[in-house]
Design a protein around this ligand. Structure first.
Ligand code: BGC
Length: 471
């Protein structure tokens, strides 16, 4: 078959991945409906987009300062940080950090094993920093859906992104961490604040830039948070002001509302995951799954005689063998073709010139769909804030983090272009911050401590107060 004919077949094969602006607009509207359902007092329990109150109402006022520990669990690695909040410079300085791997058997072992592992990594870090005798406050960036009761009480709703430790869902994560530290007995923790990574990213961005009102992650998983009017947050008492809502948009589609846009490959990725039926939107978009979608496509196309002279290698048949980072490498301007040759050879495939072009097209189509779907979701949030405030035009900053957004060569550009189309009355400025979620968690902890200290000064007898504690 001549090269052009092959490519034409490949393109038609990939048709189910192309989403028109019309479809994206419709998806955006569906998400808005789901968000309203998630916020409703009587509808939230069956909503797939959970819209979780975070009890973060205030952005930092600049008076916060001090040393903090920060933990980050939920991305590719577990990380421990020592950070310093500097009042005068409105800055969060990373003093030191350490990465600890979480072995696969711990990711799917018992909760006790996981928290013992975390406490051990923290212990080693404190030892190496000479901090073991200090009782430092800790911001815990825990990037999973949690029902937050207070800033220091957070019940895990469910695991996502390949984690599945027994005995943690339905439990307070702060308690589990404290118990693990207590079991060791060689150091103590101060006040612990629980923060989703989107919220940390928003807070870090908001510290420097008051107009930052949306936090977004597109990495191993995907999610966003934003400042919602309190009068719409029906599950929390109080009408005035705003609260940061963790949307958990990864769960969009768990009620079947994306069934018409899921391809057979999305269905297969979901079926073979450790949590079928859960986080459908995330499985169409994020770094944990995009490579696998490409792999399934390549296998099917090879079997249909469109690629690699119909010869599938053993490696290509192996689940998760095609990493999401390969997509970025293949689409890279300039080095893309050489990278493709190396990646395909490493996967044991015999390729020709037509295969190189076809594989690049497959990667393009899958990453572009991801960027467009994210844009539809982000547009839903931006349009909602604009409508909430009755504005003709709304301008804000979006704090962003995540490897897919940061590393893919065209992802951010495509996302921004599509948001402009879907939310024409909103101007979004995007700010990427290194370690933003962790620095933001330290900020949240600092604010929580300041408020706790202030209320302690006002009322010393407040110790067994049952009221939810806000930031
Ligand atoms: C989690 C979110 C998190 C996102 C990005 C999702 O799987 O449910 O809580 O914010 O990943 O890390």
């Amino acid at each position: 078959m001549c090269e052009d004919a092959t490519l034409a077949k490949v393109v038609s094969f990939l048709e189910s991945f192309s989403l028109s602006l019309e479809t994206l607009r419709d998806i955006s509207t569906r998400l808005t409906k789901n968000m309203i359902q998630g916020l409703g007092r009587h509808t939230h329990h069956k909503a797939s987009v959970k819209m979780l109150p975070t009890f973060v109402r205030a952005t930092p006022d600049g008076t916060e300062e001090g040393d903090f520990l920060a933990l980050d669990l939920g991305g590719t690695n577990f990380r421990v940080f020592h950070v310093r909040v500097q009042q005068d410079e409105r800055n969060v300085l990373k003093m030191d950090s350490e990465i600890c791997a979480i072995p696969r058997e711990i990711m799917t072992g018992t909760g006790e094993q996981l928290f013992d592992h975390i406490a051990a990594c923290l212990g080693t870090f404190l030892e190496s920093q000479g901090l073991k005798d200090q009782v430092l406050p800790l911001g815990f960036t825990f990037s999973f859906p949690c029902e937050q009761k207070e800033i220091d009480k957070s019940i895990l709703i469910r695991w996502t992104k390949g984690f599945n430790c027994s005995g943690v869902e339905g439990r307070d994560v702060v308690q589990l961490l404290k118990e693990a530290v207590h079991r060791r007995g060689d150091y103590e923790l101060g006040f612990v604040a629980m923060v989703n990574d989107t919220v940390g990213t928003l807070m870090n961005c908001g510290y420097k830039n008051q107009s930052c009102e949306i936090g977004m992650i597109i990495g191993t998983g995907t999610n966003a948070c934003y400042m919602e009017e309190m009068c719409n947050v029906q599950r929390v008492e109080g009408e005035g002001g705003r609260m940061c809502i963790n949307t958990e948009w990864g769960g969009f589609g768990d009620d079947g509302s994306l069934r018409d846009v899921q391809t057979e490959f999305d269905l297969e990725v979901d079926r073979s995951s450790i949590n079928p039926g859960v986080h459908i939107f995330e499985k169409m978009i994020s770094g944990m799954y995009m490579g696998e979608i490409v792999r399934l496509l390549l296998v099917k196309m090879t079997k249909d005689q469109l690629l690699f002279s119909a010869q599938v290698s053993a490696q290509l048949q192996t689940k998760d063998a095609f990493l999401t980072k390969f997509i970025s490498e293949i689409e890279e301007e300039g080095t893309g073709e050489e990278n493709t040759k190396r990646i395909l050879s490493d996967l044991g495939l015999q390729w020709g010139a037509a295969d190189l072009r076809a594989v690049r097209t497959v990667c393009d189509v899958v990453s572009s769909r991801s960027a467009r779907l994210c844009a539809a979701a982000l547009a839903a949030i931006a349009n909602r804030i604009r409508t909430n405030r009755g504005l003709d035009h709304f301008k804000t900053t979006v704090g962003v983090d995540g490897t897919v957004y940061k590393k893919h060569p065209n992802f951010s550009e495509e996302l921004r272009a599509v948001v402009r189309d879907l939310a024409p009355c909103c101007t979004l400025d995007f700010r990427v911050s290194e370690d933003g979620s962790v620095k933001g968690a330290a900020m949240v902890t600092a604010v929580a401590q300041r408020i706790a200290a202030q209320s302690h000064l006002i009322d010393d007898s407040d110790d067994d107060d049952d009221e939810p504690r806000d930031v």
